[in-house]
Ligand binder design. Structure first.
Ligand code: HEM
Length: 523
Protein backbone atom coordinates (compact mmCIF):
# COMPACT_ATOMS: atom_id res chain seq x y z
CA UNK A 1 0.00 0.00 0.00
CA UNK A 2 1.39 3.42 -0.94
CA UNK A 3 1.91 5.85 1.92
CA UNK A 4 0.20 9.25 1.56
CA UNK A 5 2.67 11.79 0.15
CA UNK A 6 2.05 13.99 3.18
CA UNK A 7 3.19 11.33 5.63
CA UNK A 8 6.31 10.51 3.62
CA UNK A 9 7.35 14.13 3.30
CA UNK A 10 6.59 14.81 6.98
CA UNK A 11 8.64 11.79 8.00
CA UNK A 12 11.51 12.92 5.76
CA UNK A 13 11.36 16.45 7.16
CA UNK A 14 11.42 15.15 10.73
CA UNK A 15 14.35 12.89 9.86
CA UNK A 16 16.31 15.73 8.26
CA UNK A 17 15.57 18.04 11.19
CA UNK A 18 16.60 15.36 13.68
CA UNK A 19 19.76 14.69 11.67
CA UNK A 20 20.59 18.38 11.73
CA UNK A 21 19.64 18.90 15.40
CA UNK A 22 21.40 15.85 16.84
CA UNK A 23 24.32 15.22 14.46
CA UNK A 24 25.14 17.97 11.97
CA UNK A 25 24.63 20.94 14.29
CA UNK A 26 26.54 19.63 17.37
CA UNK A 27 29.32 18.01 15.32
CA UNK A 28 29.91 20.67 12.64
CA UNK A 29 27.97 23.91 13.19
CA UNK A 30 27.93 24.54 16.95
CA UNK A 31 30.64 26.90 18.29
CA UNK A 32 31.72 23.89 20.39
CA UNK A 33 32.49 21.91 17.19
CA UNK A 34 35.99 23.38 16.97
CA UNK A 35 36.95 22.01 20.41
CA UNK A 36 38.77 18.65 20.28
CA UNK A 37 36.65 15.75 21.50
CA UNK A 38 37.67 13.32 24.22
CA UNK A 39 36.04 10.47 22.26
CA UNK A 40 34.91 10.33 18.63
CA UNK A 41 31.25 10.26 19.75
CA UNK A 42 31.56 13.11 22.27
CA UNK A 43 30.24 15.82 19.96
CA UNK A 44 26.97 13.99 19.29
CA UNK A 45 26.35 11.94 22.41
CA UNK A 46 27.04 12.01 26.17
CA UNK A 47 27.10 8.19 26.19
CA UNK A 48 30.90 7.88 26.34
CA UNK A 49 31.40 10.21 29.32
CA UNK A 50 28.40 8.74 31.16
CA UNK A 51 29.75 5.23 30.67
CA UNK A 52 33.23 6.42 31.72
CA UNK A 53 31.79 7.92 34.91
CA UNK A 54 29.64 4.88 35.58
CA UNK A 55 32.77 2.72 35.48
CA UNK A 56 34.64 5.12 37.81
CA UNK A 57 37.14 6.28 35.16
CA UNK A 58 36.22 9.96 34.85
CA UNK A 59 39.36 11.55 36.28
CA UNK A 60 41.92 9.44 34.53
CA UNK A 61 40.08 9.42 31.18
CA UNK A 62 39.60 13.19 31.18
CA UNK A 63 43.25 13.64 32.16
CA UNK A 64 44.32 11.45 29.23
CA UNK A 65 42.09 13.46 26.90
CA UNK A 66 43.79 16.68 28.03
CA UNK A 67 47.21 15.11 27.50
CA UNK A 68 46.23 14.25 23.95
CA UNK A 69 44.34 17.41 23.03
CA UNK A 70 45.45 20.31 25.25
CA UNK A 71 43.71 22.55 27.77
CA UNK A 72 40.12 22.38 26.46
CA UNK A 73 38.31 19.17 25.52
CA UNK A 74 34.70 18.41 24.71
CA UNK A 75 33.34 15.54 26.77
CA UNK A 76 29.77 15.55 25.48
CA UNK A 77 27.62 17.66 23.11
CA UNK A 78 27.01 20.18 25.88
CA UNK A 79 29.95 19.60 28.21
CA UNK A 80 33.58 20.71 28.17
CA UNK A 81 36.54 20.28 30.49
CA UNK A 82 39.29 22.86 30.95
CA UNK A 83 42.79 22.36 32.27
CA UNK A 84 44.48 25.75 32.48
CA UNK A 85 44.56 28.77 34.76
CA UNK A 86 44.37 31.79 32.42
CA UNK A 87 41.21 31.58 30.35
CA UNK A 88 40.30 28.44 32.30
CA UNK A 89 39.75 28.28 36.07
CA UNK A 90 40.16 32.05 36.32
CA UNK A 91 37.31 32.68 33.90
CA UNK A 92 35.03 29.94 35.19
CA UNK A 93 35.55 29.95 38.95
CA UNK A 94 37.04 33.35 39.81
CA UNK A 95 34.67 34.75 37.14
CA UNK A 96 31.77 33.45 39.21
CA UNK A 97 29.95 31.10 36.83
CA UNK A 98 27.05 29.44 38.63
CA UNK A 99 27.09 25.87 39.82
CA UNK A 100 25.44 23.14 37.75
CA UNK A 101 22.29 21.26 38.89
CA UNK A 102 24.67 18.43 39.69
CA UNK A 103 25.14 19.94 43.18
CA UNK A 104 21.58 20.25 44.49
CA UNK A 105 20.70 16.91 42.88
CA UNK A 106 23.33 15.25 45.03
CA UNK A 107 24.17 17.37 48.05
CA UNK A 108 20.94 18.75 49.50
CA UNK A 109 19.83 17.21 52.81
CA UNK A 110 16.36 17.31 54.39
CA UNK A 111 15.18 18.49 50.93
CA UNK A 112 16.86 21.84 51.69
CA UNK A 113 19.89 23.24 49.83
CA UNK A 114 22.89 24.47 51.80
CA UNK A 115 25.83 26.75 50.97
CA UNK A 116 27.60 24.03 49.00
CA UNK A 117 24.59 22.90 46.98
CA UNK A 118 22.99 26.31 46.31
CA UNK A 119 23.17 27.13 42.62
CA UNK A 120 22.42 30.85 42.36
CA UNK A 121 24.76 33.58 43.60
CA UNK A 122 22.41 35.52 45.76
CA UNK A 123 21.36 32.74 48.14
CA UNK A 124 24.89 31.40 48.23
CA UNK A 125 26.68 34.60 49.10
CA UNK A 126 24.11 35.51 51.78
CA UNK A 127 24.82 32.17 53.48
CA UNK A 128 28.58 32.39 53.01
CA UNK A 129 28.65 35.84 54.59
CA UNK A 130 26.93 34.42 57.66
CA UNK A 131 29.70 31.92 58.24
CA UNK A 132 32.97 33.20 56.73
CA UNK A 133 34.08 34.84 59.95
CA UNK A 134 34.13 31.64 62.02
CA UNK A 135 36.18 29.90 59.31
CA UNK A 136 38.68 32.72 58.72
CA UNK A 137 42.32 31.97 59.50
CA UNK A 138 42.71 34.66 62.16
CA UNK A 139 39.49 33.64 63.93
CA UNK A 140 40.47 29.96 63.94
CA UNK A 141 44.02 30.59 65.11
CA UNK A 142 42.80 32.70 67.99
CA UNK A 143 39.75 30.58 68.86
CA UNK A 144 39.73 29.54 72.55
CA UNK A 145 37.14 26.87 71.67
CA UNK A 146 39.43 25.19 69.12
CA UNK A 147 42.27 25.34 71.59
CA UNK A 148 40.19 23.79 74.36
CA UNK A 149 38.79 21.12 72.01
CA UNK A 150 42.26 20.32 70.65
CA UNK A 151 43.74 19.81 74.14
CA UNK A 152 40.85 17.54 75.17
CA UNK A 153 40.86 15.52 71.96
CA UNK A 154 44.63 14.99 71.86
CA UNK A 155 45.05 14.45 75.60
CA UNK A 156 42.04 12.24 76.34
CA UNK A 157 41.48 10.43 73.05
CA UNK A 158 43.98 10.53 70.17
CA UNK A 159 47.36 10.32 71.87
CA UNK A 160 46.41 7.73 74.55
CA UNK A 161 45.02 5.40 71.88
CA UNK A 162 48.15 5.72 69.71
CA UNK A 163 50.37 5.22 72.75
CA UNK A 164 48.49 2.06 73.65
CA UNK A 165 48.93 0.72 70.11
CA UNK A 166 52.63 1.61 70.18
CA UNK A 167 53.18 -0.09 73.56
CA UNK A 168 51.33 -3.24 72.57
CA UNK A 169 52.85 -3.29 69.10
CA UNK A 170 49.35 -3.59 67.59
CA UNK A 171 48.70 -2.66 63.99
CA UNK A 172 46.52 0.41 63.46
CA UNK A 173 44.04 0.80 60.61
CA UNK A 174 44.62 4.48 60.10
CA UNK A 175 41.96 5.38 57.53
CA UNK A 176 39.14 4.67 59.96
CA UNK A 177 41.20 6.23 62.74
CA UNK A 178 41.59 9.41 60.69
CA UNK A 179 37.86 9.58 60.00
CA UNK A 180 37.26 9.24 63.74
CA UNK A 181 39.76 11.95 64.64
CA UNK A 182 38.50 14.41 62.07
CA UNK A 183 34.85 13.72 62.87
CA UNK A 184 35.43 14.37 66.58
CA UNK A 185 37.42 17.52 65.80
CA UNK A 186 34.90 18.87 63.30
CA UNK A 187 31.79 18.05 65.34
CA UNK A 188 33.33 19.67 68.43
CA UNK A 189 33.75 22.93 66.51
CA UNK A 190 30.25 22.77 65.01
CA UNK A 191 28.27 21.57 68.04
CA UNK A 192 30.52 22.13 71.06
CA UNK A 193 32.64 19.50 72.76
CA UNK A 194 29.75 18.31 74.96
CA UNK A 195 27.60 17.49 71.92
CA UNK A 196 30.36 16.24 69.67
CA UNK A 197 30.89 12.69 68.45
CA UNK A 198 33.17 10.40 70.42
CA UNK A 199 34.12 8.19 67.49
CA UNK A 200 37.78 7.94 68.44
CA UNK A 201 36.86 6.22 71.71
CA UNK A 202 33.54 4.63 70.77
CA UNK A 203 34.00 2.55 67.65
CA UNK A 204 30.43 1.22 67.74
CA UNK A 205 29.21 4.80 67.36
CA UNK A 206 31.66 5.20 64.44
CA UNK A 207 30.22 2.23 62.57
CA UNK A 208 26.63 3.37 63.16
CA UNK A 209 27.45 6.52 61.22
CA UNK A 210 30.15 5.43 58.78
CA UNK A 211 28.42 2.34 57.40
CA UNK A 212 25.27 4.14 56.15
CA UNK A 213 27.34 7.21 55.21
CA UNK A 214 29.69 5.37 52.88
CA UNK A 215 27.28 2.70 51.66
CA UNK A 216 25.45 5.35 49.58
CA UNK A 217 28.51 6.15 47.52
CA UNK A 218 27.97 3.44 44.95
CA UNK A 219 24.73 5.13 43.87
CA UNK A 220 26.01 8.70 43.58
CA UNK A 221 26.40 8.34 39.84
CA UNK A 222 22.62 8.20 39.36
CA UNK A 223 21.74 11.32 41.32
CA UNK A 224 24.70 13.27 39.91
CA UNK A 225 24.65 12.32 36.25
CA UNK A 226 21.21 10.91 35.42
CA UNK A 227 18.85 12.39 38.03
CA UNK A 228 15.79 12.03 35.78
CA UNK A 229 16.37 8.32 35.34
CA UNK A 230 16.50 8.10 39.09
CA UNK A 231 13.16 9.91 39.45
CA UNK A 232 11.42 8.00 36.66
CA UNK A 233 12.48 4.56 37.88
CA UNK A 234 11.26 5.53 41.34
CA UNK A 235 7.88 6.61 39.97
CA UNK A 236 7.30 3.35 38.14
CA UNK A 237 8.20 1.35 41.22
CA UNK A 238 11.51 -0.05 39.90
CA UNK A 239 13.96 2.32 41.62
CA UNK A 240 17.49 2.21 40.28
CA UNK A 241 18.68 3.50 43.66
CA UNK A 242 17.42 1.04 46.27
CA UNK A 243 15.15 2.09 49.13
CA UNK A 244 17.86 1.37 51.69
CA UNK A 245 19.88 4.36 50.36
CA UNK A 246 16.97 6.66 51.24
CA UNK A 247 16.69 4.89 54.60
CA UNK A 248 20.42 5.46 55.21
CA UNK A 249 19.98 9.17 54.38
CA UNK A 250 17.08 9.40 56.82
CA UNK A 251 19.07 7.75 59.58
CA UNK A 252 21.99 10.14 59.07
CA UNK A 253 19.66 13.14 59.00
CA UNK A 254 17.92 12.04 62.22
CA UNK A 255 21.30 11.51 63.90
CA UNK A 256 22.46 14.99 62.91
CA UNK A 257 19.22 16.63 64.10
CA UNK A 258 19.92 15.25 67.57
CA UNK A 259 23.31 16.96 67.59
CA UNK A 260 21.65 20.22 66.57
CA UNK A 261 19.16 19.80 69.42
CA UNK A 262 22.07 19.23 71.81
CA UNK A 263 23.78 22.41 70.63
CA UNK A 264 20.53 24.32 70.96
CA UNK A 265 19.99 23.13 74.52
CA UNK A 266 23.56 24.12 75.35
CA UNK A 267 22.84 27.67 74.17
CA UNK A 268 19.54 27.89 76.06
CA UNK A 269 21.03 26.60 79.31
CA UNK A 270 22.96 29.19 81.31
CA UNK A 271 24.74 26.47 83.31
CA UNK A 272 26.32 24.83 80.20
CA UNK A 273 30.04 24.15 80.44
CA UNK A 274 32.78 23.29 77.92
CA UNK A 275 33.59 24.90 74.59
CA UNK A 276 30.48 26.30 72.92
CA UNK A 277 29.02 25.20 69.55
CA UNK A 278 30.76 27.89 67.50
CA UNK A 279 29.37 27.28 64.02
CA UNK A 280 25.87 26.29 65.13
CA UNK A 281 25.63 29.37 67.33
CA UNK A 282 26.87 31.67 64.56
CA UNK A 283 24.48 30.36 61.92
CA UNK A 284 21.45 30.40 64.20
CA UNK A 285 22.18 33.96 65.31
CA UNK A 286 22.75 35.13 61.73
CA UNK A 287 19.49 33.61 60.47
CA UNK A 288 17.58 35.11 63.41
CA UNK A 289 19.17 38.50 62.75
CA UNK A 290 18.12 38.39 59.11
CA UNK A 291 14.62 37.46 60.15
CA UNK A 292 14.47 40.37 62.56
CA UNK A 293 15.52 42.66 59.70
CA UNK A 294 12.79 41.16 57.52
CA UNK A 295 15.40 39.67 55.15
CA UNK A 296 14.08 36.16 55.37
CA UNK A 297 11.13 34.53 56.99
CA UNK A 298 11.32 30.98 58.09
CA UNK A 299 8.80 28.92 59.94
CA UNK A 300 10.56 27.48 63.00
CA UNK A 301 10.72 24.02 61.50
CA UNK A 302 12.11 25.30 58.20
CA UNK A 303 14.83 27.20 60.08
CA UNK A 304 15.71 24.03 61.98
CA UNK A 305 16.16 22.16 58.71
CA UNK A 306 18.14 24.99 57.09
CA UNK A 307 20.62 24.86 59.96
CA UNK A 308 20.71 21.07 60.00
CA UNK A 309 21.33 20.86 56.23
CA UNK A 310 24.25 23.29 56.56
CA UNK A 311 25.71 21.49 59.57
CA UNK A 312 25.44 18.07 57.96
CA UNK A 313 27.26 19.34 54.90
CA UNK A 314 30.10 20.84 56.95
CA UNK A 315 30.40 17.70 59.01
CA UNK A 316 30.55 15.48 55.92
CA UNK A 317 32.78 17.77 53.84
CA UNK A 318 34.92 18.60 56.83
CA UNK A 319 35.71 15.18 58.24
CA UNK A 320 36.03 13.03 55.14
CA UNK A 321 38.35 15.22 53.08
CA UNK A 322 40.76 15.85 55.95
CA UNK A 323 40.78 12.14 56.80
CA UNK A 324 41.70 11.23 53.22
CA UNK A 325 44.52 13.78 53.23
CA UNK A 326 45.83 12.36 56.52
CA UNK A 327 45.71 8.77 55.25
CA UNK A 328 47.79 9.56 52.16
CA UNK A 329 50.12 11.75 54.20
CA UNK A 330 50.81 8.90 56.67
CA UNK A 331 51.27 6.50 53.76
CA UNK A 332 53.80 8.73 52.02
CA UNK A 333 55.61 9.53 55.26
CA UNK A 334 55.81 5.83 56.12
CA UNK A 335 57.60 5.29 52.80
CA UNK A 336 60.02 8.15 53.60
CA UNK A 337 61.67 7.52 57.01
CA UNK A 338 64.24 10.23 56.22
CA UNK A 339 61.45 12.82 56.09
CA UNK A 340 59.99 11.50 59.33
CA UNK A 341 63.30 12.25 61.04
CA UNK A 342 63.44 15.75 59.57
CA UNK A 343 59.85 16.48 60.51
CA UNK A 344 60.45 15.12 64.01
CA UNK A 345 63.30 17.61 64.45
CA UNK A 346 61.16 20.43 63.11
CA UNK A 347 58.17 19.78 65.37
CA UNK A 348 60.38 19.38 68.43
CA UNK A 349 61.28 23.06 68.05
CA UNK A 350 57.67 23.97 68.97
CA UNK A 351 57.10 25.58 72.34
CA UNK A 352 55.74 23.75 74.31
CA UNK A 353 56.58 20.44 72.64
CA UNK A 354 53.65 18.08 72.07
CA UNK A 355 55.16 15.21 74.05
CA UNK A 356 53.29 12.07 75.00
CA UNK A 357 53.00 10.63 77.60
CA UNK A 358 53.35 13.98 79.38
CA UNK A 359 54.93 14.44 82.77
CA UNK A 360 51.58 15.57 84.20
CA UNK A 361 48.43 14.86 82.21
CA UNK A 362 46.58 17.88 83.57
CA UNK A 363 49.49 20.14 82.62
CA UNK A 364 49.29 19.01 78.96
CA UNK A 365 49.30 22.05 76.71
CA UNK A 366 49.74 22.81 73.02
CA UNK A 367 51.87 25.28 71.06
CA UNK A 368 49.94 28.08 69.35
CA UNK A 369 48.27 27.26 66.03
CA UNK A 370 50.25 30.12 64.53
CA UNK A 371 53.58 28.54 65.49
CA UNK A 372 52.52 25.15 64.06
CA UNK A 373 51.33 26.91 60.91
CA UNK A 374 54.77 28.48 60.46
CA UNK A 375 56.69 25.19 60.17
CA UNK A 376 57.97 25.05 56.57
CA UNK A 377 58.57 21.31 56.23
CA UNK A 378 55.20 20.41 57.75
CA UNK A 379 53.53 22.86 55.37
CA UNK A 380 55.39 21.45 52.35
CA UNK A 381 54.47 17.86 53.29
CA UNK A 382 50.78 18.77 53.46
CA UNK A 383 50.82 20.81 50.23
CA UNK A 384 52.46 17.97 48.32
CA UNK A 385 49.96 15.47 49.74
CA UNK A 386 47.02 17.69 48.77
CA UNK A 387 48.53 18.08 45.30
CA UNK A 388 49.18 14.45 44.46
CA UNK A 389 46.36 12.97 46.54
CA UNK A 390 43.76 15.75 46.35
CA UNK A 391 40.79 14.52 48.44
CA UNK A 392 38.42 16.12 45.88
CA UNK A 393 40.13 15.36 42.56
CA UNK A 394 36.96 15.21 40.45
CA UNK A 395 34.76 17.52 38.38
CA UNK A 396 33.43 20.77 39.84
CA UNK A 397 30.78 21.59 37.23
CA UNK A 398 29.62 25.11 36.46
CA UNK A 399 27.35 26.54 33.75
CA UNK A 400 28.39 29.13 31.14
CA UNK A 401 26.54 32.43 31.61
CA UNK A 402 23.90 34.16 29.49
CA UNK A 403 25.70 35.73 26.55
CA UNK A 404 28.30 32.98 26.45
CA UNK A 405 32.03 33.29 27.05
CA UNK A 406 35.54 32.63 25.74
CA UNK A 407 37.62 29.86 27.24
CA UNK A 408 41.34 29.39 26.55
CA UNK A 409 41.06 30.97 23.09
CA UNK A 410 37.77 29.27 22.12
CA UNK A 411 35.30 32.10 21.59
CA UNK A 412 31.49 32.14 21.33
CA UNK A 413 30.97 29.32 23.78
CA UNK A 414 27.19 29.52 24.23
CA UNK A 415 25.24 29.88 27.48
CA UNK A 416 24.24 26.84 29.56
CA UNK A 417 27.18 24.63 28.64
CA UNK A 418 28.43 22.44 31.48
CA UNK A 419 32.09 23.35 32.12
CA UNK A 420 34.44 21.98 34.71
CA UNK A 421 38.02 21.69 35.84
CA UNK A 422 39.56 19.08 38.13
CA UNK A 423 42.35 19.19 40.70
CA UNK A 424 43.39 15.78 39.35
CA UNK A 425 44.40 17.21 35.97
CA UNK A 426 45.55 20.69 37.09
CA UNK A 427 47.89 19.09 39.63
CA UNK A 428 49.52 16.90 36.99
CA UNK A 429 50.72 19.63 34.64
CA UNK A 430 54.36 18.65 34.21
CA UNK A 431 55.44 22.14 33.18
CA UNK A 432 54.41 23.35 36.61
CA UNK A 433 54.94 20.19 38.68
CA UNK A 434 57.88 18.27 37.16
CA UNK A 435 57.55 14.49 37.66
CA UNK A 436 53.91 15.02 38.61
CA UNK A 437 53.27 11.44 39.72
CA UNK A 438 56.06 11.63 42.30
CA UNK A 439 55.43 12.82 45.86
CA UNK A 440 58.24 15.38 46.01
CA UNK A 441 58.03 17.55 49.11
CA UNK A 442 61.09 19.57 48.07
CA UNK A 443 59.12 21.24 45.25
CA UNK A 444 57.32 23.33 47.92
CA UNK A 445 60.49 24.24 49.84
CA UNK A 446 61.36 27.24 47.71
CA UNK A 447 61.80 30.90 48.71
CA UNK A 448 58.42 32.66 48.90
CA UNK A 449 59.33 34.98 46.02
CA UNK A 450 60.45 32.17 43.70
CA UNK A 451 58.58 32.24 40.34
CA UNK A 452 58.23 28.42 40.42
CA UNK A 453 56.48 28.53 43.79
CA UNK A 454 54.17 31.32 42.63
CA UNK A 455 53.27 29.32 39.54
CA UNK A 456 52.59 26.17 41.58
CA UNK A 457 50.29 28.16 43.87
CA UNK A 458 48.34 29.44 40.86
CA UNK A 459 47.73 25.85 39.77
CA UNK A 460 47.15 24.40 43.26
CA UNK A 461 43.46 23.63 43.38
CA UNK A 462 42.85 21.23 46.28
CA UNK A 463 40.32 23.69 47.75
CA UNK A 464 38.98 25.06 44.46
CA UNK A 465 39.01 28.82 43.79
CA UNK A 466 36.76 31.86 43.47
CA UNK A 467 33.57 32.61 45.37
CA UNK A 468 32.74 28.91 45.81
CA UNK A 469 36.16 27.97 47.14
CA UNK A 470 36.22 25.75 50.23
CA UNK A 471 35.12 27.68 53.30
CA UNK A 472 36.85 25.14 55.55
CA UNK A 473 40.34 25.30 54.01
CA UNK A 474 41.94 27.08 56.99
CA UNK A 475 40.24 24.81 59.48
CA UNK A 476 41.38 21.75 57.54
CA UNK A 477 44.97 22.99 57.37
CA UNK A 478 45.00 23.83 61.07
CA UNK A 479 43.56 20.47 62.07
CA UNK A 480 45.82 18.42 59.78
CA UNK A 481 48.91 20.31 60.91
CA UNK A 482 48.03 19.78 64.57
CA UNK A 483 47.44 16.04 64.19
CA UNK A 484 50.57 15.47 62.07
CA UNK A 485 52.74 17.57 64.41
CA UNK A 486 51.42 15.64 67.43
CA UNK A 487 52.05 12.26 65.81
CA UNK A 488 55.57 12.88 64.46
CA UNK A 489 56.62 14.57 67.72
CA UNK A 490 56.19 11.16 69.37
CA UNK A 491 56.08 8.29 66.90
CA UNK A 492 57.50 6.83 63.74
CA UNK A 493 55.13 5.12 61.33
CA UNK A 494 55.80 2.15 59.05
CA UNK A 495 53.61 0.20 56.67
CA UNK A 496 52.18 -3.16 57.64
CA UNK A 497 49.74 -3.35 54.73
CA UNK A 498 48.95 -0.83 52.02
CA UNK A 499 47.06 -3.21 49.79
CA UNK A 500 44.35 -1.27 47.97
CA UNK A 501 45.84 2.14 48.80
CA UNK A 502 45.34 3.30 45.20
CA UNK A 503 42.71 6.01 45.04
CA UNK A 504 39.27 5.38 43.61
CA UNK A 505 38.37 7.60 40.65
CA UNK A 506 35.52 9.76 41.96
CA UNK A 507 34.55 13.31 42.94
CA UNK A 508 35.75 12.63 46.51
CA UNK A 509 38.37 9.92 46.54
CA UNK A 510 39.60 7.39 49.15
CA UNK A 511 41.77 4.26 49.13
CA UNK A 512 40.10 1.47 47.12
CA UNK A 513 40.41 -0.88 50.11
CA UNK A 514 39.21 1.84 52.49
CA UNK A 515 42.16 1.05 54.72
CA UNK A 516 45.84 1.50 55.46
CA UNK A 517 47.50 -0.51 58.19
CA UNK A 518 50.47 1.02 59.96
CA UNK A 519 52.70 0.37 62.92
CA UNK A 520 53.38 3.21 65.39
CA UNK A 521 56.60 3.12 67.42
CA UNK A 522 57.51 5.60 70.09
CA UNK A 523 60.57 7.63 69.08
C1 HEM B 1 41.55 18.79 53.20
C2 HEM B 1 40.31 19.14 53.45
C3 HEM B 1 39.37 19.75 52.45
C4 HEM B 1 39.42 19.75 51.07
C5 HEM B 1 40.48 19.13 50.19
C6 HEM B 1 38.26 20.48 50.60
C7 HEM B 1 37.99 20.74 49.27
C8 HEM B 1 36.95 21.52 48.83
C9 HEM B 1 36.71 21.87 47.45
C10 HEM B 1 37.58 21.44 46.28
C11 HEM B 1 35.60 22.63 47.39
C12 HEM B 1 34.94 23.19 46.13
C13 HEM B 1 34.04 22.09 45.63
C14 HEM B 1 33.24 22.38 44.40
O1 HEM B 1 33.03 23.52 44.02
O2 HEM B 1 32.79 21.36 43.80
C15 HEM B 1 35.10 22.76 48.74
C16 HEM B 1 33.98 23.46 49.09
C17 HEM B 1 33.46 23.48 50.37
N1 HEM B 1 34.04 22.93 51.49
FE1 HEM B 1 35.82 22.00 51.61
N2 HEM B 1 37.52 20.87 51.69
C18 HEM B 1 38.16 20.47 52.82
C19 HEM B 1 37.76 20.69 54.12
C20 HEM B 1 36.60 21.30 54.47
C21 HEM B 1 36.19 21.56 55.82
C22 HEM B 1 37.00 21.25 57.08
C23 HEM B 1 34.96 22.12 55.76
C24 HEM B 1 34.16 22.55 56.94
C25 HEM B 1 33.43 23.59 57.00
C26 HEM B 1 34.59 22.25 54.35
C27 HEM B 1 33.41 22.78 53.87
C28 HEM B 1 33.20 23.15 52.56
C29 HEM B 1 32.03 23.88 52.10
C30 HEM B 1 30.84 24.32 52.96
C31 HEM B 1 32.21 24.10 50.73
C32 HEM B 1 31.27 24.87 49.79
C33 HEM B 1 31.73 26.32 49.74
C34 HEM B 1 30.86 27.18 48.83
O3 HEM B 1 30.05 26.67 48.06
O4 HEM B 1 31.03 28.40 48.89
N3 HEM B 1 35.62 21.74 53.60
N4 HEM B 1 35.94 22.07 49.60
Amino acid sequence: MALPIFSVSTACAILVLALYRYIIYPAFVSPLAKIPTAHFTSSISPAWILWTRFRGRNNVSTYNAHRRHGPVVRLAPNEISVNCVDGGIRTIYAGGMEKHRWYPDQFASYGVVNMFSTVEHHGHSARKRMLSNVYSKSFLQGSPQIRENSVILLRDRFLPSLQEAAERGTAVEVHEMNNEFTMDFMSAYLFGIANSTKFSINHVETRQFMVPYHSRRHYEFYSQEVPRLNQVTKKIGLPIVPQWVDDANERIEAWLLKMCEGANSYLNDTTSTGAEPVVYKQLKAAIEKNQAKGLGTYATDRMRLEIASEMLDHLGAGHETSAIALTYLFWEMSRHPDLQRKLHDEVLALEPRILWPPERKQGFDLPSSKSIDGLPLLHAIIMETLRLHAPIPGVEPRVTPTGGCTLAGYSNIPANVRVSAMAYTLHRNEDVFPEPEKWRVDRWLKPTDSPELKEMLRWFWAFGSGGRMCIGSHLAMQEIKLIVAAIYSNYTTSIISDEGIEAIDAYTTRPRSNQLILKFEHV
